[in-house]
Design a protein around this ligand. Structure first.
Ligand SMILES: Nc1ncnc2c1ncn2[C@@H]1O[C@H](COP(=O)(O)OP(=O)(O)OP(=O)(O)O)[C@@H](O)[C@H]1O
Ligand SMILES: [Mg+2]
Length: 252
């Protein structure tokens, strides 16, 4: 891929002084340094509350996606919960315009599924919307099945895919299917910007991992991220790890 669709995000003007956003590490880093994108796949990782969802939601809205998720054609709204960050964000785009795109929020995927069913209940020209998603109502599939149906049928390439914790619905085998689909889409000139807690997903070849810390953002190989190290340490010997956390069961 010669160019990325999204190259850089900055906050050229300060946010209102009283805004809670000023306390988020990710926002402080954006104001000071900006965030540059260098690879077709960028992962944001970091502790709960570090601002990953806030950041990628603001990016998605700035690119014309519905705040609740979906393609650019979705316009449903259930609750106006997005932050004001999108109004302040400046996004430097590449030369090419993506031909496909999707914004996935784990929390509101249910509403995306409802919106597709709703669109198909209204009379309209052409094939039903659900035919783009594998043909079976996403409500008649499990959370993981419907998410994989979405990625396998609806993500067509030359796209900008902004995904917030896509692993939320997936088994380890499901994550492997997601990785296979991401490889297909990366070969077809796509860019992914993903927030994740999944040490499996973040091994994706050639991805850049940006770890959000209290004092800023650092780019790391997957095996140096806190998520990966903590998971490996735990799984290498769950008994020892649990004893450290809970104490010796013999003594209680
Ligand atoms: N309206 C609000 N007022 C004050 N604080 C808020 C508001 N909305 C969100 N926050 C805070 O912003 C912080 C960042 O939230 P965000 O959802 O972006 O974190 P995250 O990195 O995606 O976390 P997780 O890994 O749990 O998904 C949280 O500490 C949250 O409590
Ligand atoms: Mg989040």
């Amino acid at each position: 891929m010669r160019d990325l669709y999204i190259r850089r995000m900055t906050l050229p003007v300060p946010l209102p002084r009283e805004s809670y956003l000023n306390r988020l590490p990710v926002v402080r880093h954006l104001s000071g340094h900006g965030i540059g994108f260098r690879r077709q796949v960028t992962f944001f990782v970091g502790e709960n509350g570090s601002g990953k969802s806030t950041l990628i939601e603001a990016l998605a809205i700035s690119q014309g996606f519905n705040p609740e998720g979906g393609t650019k054609n979705f316009s449903f709204s259930t609750e106006d919960s997005h932050s004001e960050l999108c109004d302040y964000l400046r996004v430097a785009r590449g030369v090419l315009y993506p031909r496909d795109g999707f914004f996935l929020r784990a929390e509101s995927f249910y509403n995306v599924a409802s919106n597709i069913d709703q669109m198909d209940r209204e009379p309209g020209p052409g094939a039903p919307v659900i035919s783009n998603y594998g043909g079976i109502s996403l409500h008649r599939q499990s959370h993981g099945e419907s998410f994989l149906a979405l990625v396998e049928n609806r993500f067509r390439g030359h796209g900008l895919y902004i995904l917030d914790e896509p692993e939320a619905a997936l088994s380890p085998a499901g994550i492997i299917r997601l990785i296979q689909n991401m490889a297909r889409l990366v070969s077809a000139e796509s860019q992914f910007i993903i927030s994740t807690h999944s040490p499996m997903l973040m091994t994706f070849p050639g991805a850049e991992i940006l770890e959000i810390r209290k004092d800023g953002i650092v780019s790391l190989p997957y095996n140096e991220t806190e998520h990966y190290k903590t998971t490996v340490r735990f799984l290498r010997s769950p008994e020892d790890a649990l004893e450290d956390i809970l104490g010796d069961p013999e003594e209680s």
